[in-house]
Ligand binder design. Structure first.
Ligand SMILES: NC(=O)c1ccc[n+]([C@@H]2O[C@H](COP(=O)([O-])OP(=O)(O)OC[C@H]3O[C@@H](n4cnc5c(N)ncnc54)[C@H](OP(=O)(O)O)[C@@H]3O)[C@@H](O)[C@H]2O)c1
Length: 243
């Protein structure tokens, strides 16, 4: 990991993703701001640059096959490679979330972004990551994806809203990430899941109790793991999360 390290953060135009980009940029890394809206992306890139970050914009809608392939091409051709990928983009799927009321379209949208979007981006970026000396992949999950916590009766962290669309996507993302870790175990790629805690962002109508900067910490720490760091793990600031 050096000043030549290049990172891509998806959904980096606001919230936790913006702060992950800022934190990685503060280490002297070159940071790609993946965002689907041109105006929001350019505003974030400008703000990061004004704060001294070597930021560049990457047009990226994680649900779009051709767009994700084009993003990989842009990063390779214009910026020379990729060392670190942070899959941060995510949606709740909207309300209601009671499983008796949630629509199949809501569930499909949440899976499309939170799970298939991550798979799409990882697979497009893997050829670049494989050429890196210290590749890292961080998937932004959530503690609400933990089946252990969802079913615990004595764990205060288990108390969360009923979530028929959103929480299951994070469980699915956890399961898929384990499979990536198994496939990539004999490579130098470390892939891990991070939970930012309950953070005040658009995602939850700013009801969270942590700042986006605090929420970004776990992803930054997993993005900057040493070569002998863990892979296939599920972490929050306090340590491992039970599956
Ligand atoms: N906030 C929390 O308490 C909390 C807790 C646990 C986990 N998380 C996870 O942390 C991550 C970041 O969430 P946040 O709280 O920072 O939410 P946020 O402020 O709503 O930001 C979400 C980001 O994802 C982007 N995005 C959504 N769909 C996209 C798509 N199809 N393609 C590309 N970008 C897309 C959004 O872009 P637009 O601006 O274009 O919509 C935005 O940049 C998510 O994965 C979330 O599930 C959050």
């Amino acid at each position: 990991m050096s000043e030549n390290t290049i990172a891509l953060v998806t959904g980096a135009n606001k919230g936790i993703g913006y702060e992950i980009a800022a934190g990685l940029g503060a280490r002297g890394w070159k940071v790609g701001v993946g965002a689907r809206d041109d105006g929001r992306r350019e505003a974030a890139v400008e703000k990061l640059r004004a704060n001294g970050v070597d930021a560049f914009g990457v047009p990226l809608d994680v649900t779009d096959d051709a767009g994700v392939a084009a993003a990989a091409h842009l990063i390779e051709e214009v910026h020379g490679g990729l060392d670190v990928l942070v899959n941060n983009a995510g949606i709740t799927g909207g309300m209601p979330q009671n499983p008796t009321e949630v629509s199949i379209d809501q569930m499909r949208a949440a899976v499309e972004t939170n799970v298939f979007g991550v798979v799409r981006v990882i697979n497009a970026m893997l050829p670049l990551l494989r050429r890196s000396a210290a590749p890292r992949i961080v998937n932004m999950s959530s503690g609400v994806g933990s089946l252990a916590r969802q079913t615990a009766t004595d764990d205060p962290l288990a108390v969360g809203p009923i979530s028929g669309a959103y929480s299951p996507t994070k469980t699915y993302l956890n399961a898929v990430t384990i499979q990536y870790a198994k496939e990539l175990r004999d490579t130098n790629i470390l892939i891990n899941l991070g939970c930012p805690g309950f953070v005040a962002t658009d995602l939850n109508g700013f009801r969270g109790v942590r700042t986006p900067e605090e929420g970004a910490r776990i992803a930054i720490s997993l993005a900057t793991l040493p070569d002998d760091g863990p892979t296939g793990g599920y972490f929050e600031d306090a340590g491992l999360i039970p599956w």
